[in-house]
Design a protein around this ligand. Structure first.
Ligand SMILES: [Zn+2]
Length: 260
């Protein structure tokens, strides 16, 4: 009798352990994601209404780190505080850590004050040369601090050296999944969030990483409504959850394609 009870107790204990463990998909525990908060230190990024991009993206990556860990991912952040990193340092980290994906988080801005309240929305970029003037302008702004002292020829050599590999296709797929899931997550709770779509752009922060790499512009800091939302904790958490869902979807599919 005593033995029976002991066996039952042991079985229920085992079941509890299995159920608890089941909360985390075992496939995902081996995944490593590198999260990059844009700017930092002397480089404040975009500024408007007394708010700075470098502070905003730091708040978002902290929520992103938590959301990825809840899904069983290993997470590495290029910066967890207010410090400046060179472009090379950011992407080298992704390669050294052998990451599955590299995600850089930024906030957008426009120069034309008359259009501040008109331009808003979430956009996801992957590395690609483009003739589109708007994407070029956004990339130029984001690239400014990290490219100081690099001449035009070297810049083009850097970009050309990485553009024709399969990484571009993979990064494009990742960008589509992430953008779609950010929009789903935000639009479920918030009205009128504009979908700016997936776009190619020559962002240098994506050049050095030999992983599927994307840059998310979470919204426009120059738009009053969007700026207020972006600094709201709940809104930030919705962004983070959407990004994680998008990465889950991208990596689940890639895993199936590779058959492991
Ligand atoms: Zn930025």
């Amino acid at each position: 009798m005593l033995l029976q009870r002991y066996v039952l107790w042991l079985l229920s204990l085992l079941l509890t352990v299995l159920l608890l463990d089941g909360c985390t998909d075992p496939k995902r525990t081996n995944r490593l994601v590198v999260i990059d908060a844009g700017h930092g230190g002397h480089d404040c990024g975009a500024q408007c209404g007394g708010k700075q991009e470098k502070a905003l993206v730091l708040q978002i990556v902290q929520k992103l780190q938590k959301a990825f860990r809840n899904e069983g991912y290993r997470v590495y952040m290029t910066r967890g505080n207010d410090r400046f990193l060179t472009l090379g340092q950011r992407t080298r980290i992704a390669d050294l850590k052998n990451a599955d994906v590299f995600i850089s988080i930024h906030a957008n801005a426009i120069a034309d004050k008359n259009r501040f309240e008109e331009i808003e929305g979430v956009e996801t970029y992957f590395l690609q040369k483009t003739r589109e003037a708007r994407s070029q302008r956004i990339a130029a702004r984001e690239n400014a601090a990290v490219l100081k002292g690099t001449d035009e020829l070297s810049k083009n050599v850097i970009i050309d050296s990485v553009l024709n590999g399969p990484k571009v296709v993979e990064s494009n797929k990742l960008a589509i999944d992430v953008q779609r899931n950010i929009m789903r997550s935000l639009q479920r709770t918030y009205n009128g969030v504009k979908n700016g779509g997936v776009k190619p752009a020559p962002f240098y922060v994506l050049v050095g990483a030999s992983r599927p790499s994307i840059l998310v512009e979470v919204g426009y800091i120059t738009n009053t409504k969007e700026r207020n939302r972006l600094f709201d904790t709940d809104y930030q958490e919705h962004i983070a959850k959407g990004i994680v869902k998008g990465v889950n979807h991208y990596l689940d599919i890639r895993q199936k394609e590779l058959g492991f």
